[in-house]
Design a protein around this ligand. Structure first.
Ligand SMILES: Nc1nc2c(ncn2[C@@H]2O[C@H](COP(=O)(O)OP(=O)(O)OP(=O)(O)O)[C@@H](O)[C@H]2O)c(=O)[nH]1
Ligand SMILES: [Zn+2]
Length: 352
């Protein structure tokens, strides 16, 4: 029981048989790393699970609590059930190929990370706050790189953010000087699970390292019982802080920023889009085409080049993410069917 608490097990599901419970710490291609707070297992879903699963949302995600059958000697486990989720982040389907996917589950607190020194994007923060509430988690806005700003700049940024983050804690920190870390840790108590959300370069990895560094050896907590020392090279996505809080830092959450950017691109780049609407050709690349509304707007000073460039950049990132996602989805689907048919084959053998 206590070992599960360490992993964030909460009293709301105390009627479960805790001997069978474990938490998903990493999702691999067709398998999962799970921990019961004492030992780590390589886990697969059971054949029945596969047969019963209606959609990809039914499959385990990082942060999920699962009911398992443990094969201690082998360090393996079979997942029979995913427990109801307290919160969940979903990456929405794009096109027909990609199905909605769970990115992470049972997150209590989302740290919405933004950098103070450049690019403080209030609209983006607003969007992240909304999706955090939608997921069932609570947001905390973290403004990084305080050491690079004057107090006046910090105050200004905070009051800007306050306008879209009513009732949301806003904490300015510096991973360099350590300022604000104590305030931040107040939102990360023992057994609480937090995840990081924020654009590239705002300092997410640095923040995790800073939070971990006070007693680095304790970060092994979740994985240390891997007696044979295998699988230790797996990319670590769930960390325990020295104070007992859990941090999920998964690429899935990092990609989420772009997926959400997509639906919000219209509102964020309305100023640009009013000009693309004027282009003569609907598939105008805004390069050398005649009758380009964007070129005209840049020419007469209604639109700045910089603004247009960041619009192009975001669109490019989105297109790239989408391609990557579609490819991954195809692969997943293929692997899943491979697994299903393997499963059927083994059942068939067994029945004879
Ligand atoms: N001055 C200052 N620099 C920081 C701080 N935190 C991070 N940085 C720097 O900002 C840069 C980006 O930091 P990362 O932690 O890699 O950013 P990230 O959000 O993890 O970026 P991705 O991995 O691309 O998502 C690095 O050069 C860090 O050294 C801070 O508090 N102060
Ligand atoms: Zn154009």
């Amino acid at each position: 029981m206590n070992k599960l608490r360490k992993l964030g097990w909460s009293s709301t599901n105390e009627d479960q048989d805790t001997q069978l419970m474990a938490r998903v710490t990493t999702v691999q291609k067709n398998s999962y790393r799970i921990s019961d707070g004492e030992m780590e297992f390589l886990a697969h879903v059971s054949g029945k699970f596969l047969n019963d699963a209606g959609s990809s949302l039914d499959f385990p995600a990082i942060g999920d609590w699962v009911e398992v059958k443990k094969l201690r000697d082998e360090g393996k486990a079979v997942i029979n059930r995913v427990l109801p989720r307290k919160s969940r982040f979903i990456r929405q389907a794009a096109g027909e190929v990609t199905e909605a996917q769970i990115v992470a589950a049972n997150i209590d607190t989302v740290l919405i990370v933004n950098s103070l020194n450049h690019d403080l994007n209030v609209r983006r923060i607003e969007r992240y706050i909304l999706s955090t509430y939608e997921s069932g988690a609570m947001p905390v806005v973290v403004l990084t790189k305080k050491d690079e700003c004057t107090q006046r700049e910090v105050d200004q940024a905070i009051s800007q953010v306050e306008e879209v983050a009513i009732g949301v804690p806003i904490i300015a920190i510096s991973s360099v000087s350590g300022e604000g870390m104590v305030d931040l840790l107040e939102h990360l108590p023992i057994g609480r699970t937090a995840a990081l959300l924020g654009s590239s370069g705002v300092g997410k990895s640095t923040l995790v390292n800073t939070l971990l560094s006070s007693e680095v050896q304790e970060t092994k907590g979740i994985r240390e019982s891997d007696s044979r020392g295998r699988h230790t090279t797996t990319h670590r996505e769930m960390f325990m802080l020295p104070n007992g809080a859990l941090i999920i830092d998964t690429p899935g959450m990092r990609e989420l920023q772009l997926w959400q950017g997509e639906s919000a691109i219209d509102t964020t780049f309305q100023d640009v889009e009013q000009f693309t609407d004027k282009c003569r050709f609907t598939d105008c690349k805004h390069e050398t085409e005649p009758g380009c509304g964007v070129k005209a707007a840049i020419g007469n000073g209604e639109l700045t080049k910089d603004r247009f460039q960041s619009y192009v950049k975001l669109q490019r990132e989105l297109a790239y993410e989408k391609r990557k996602q579609d490819q991954k989805a195809k692969l997943n689907e293929k692997n899943r069917w491979k697994q299903v048919s393997k499963d059927l084959r083994s059942k068939y053998k067994y029945n004879r």
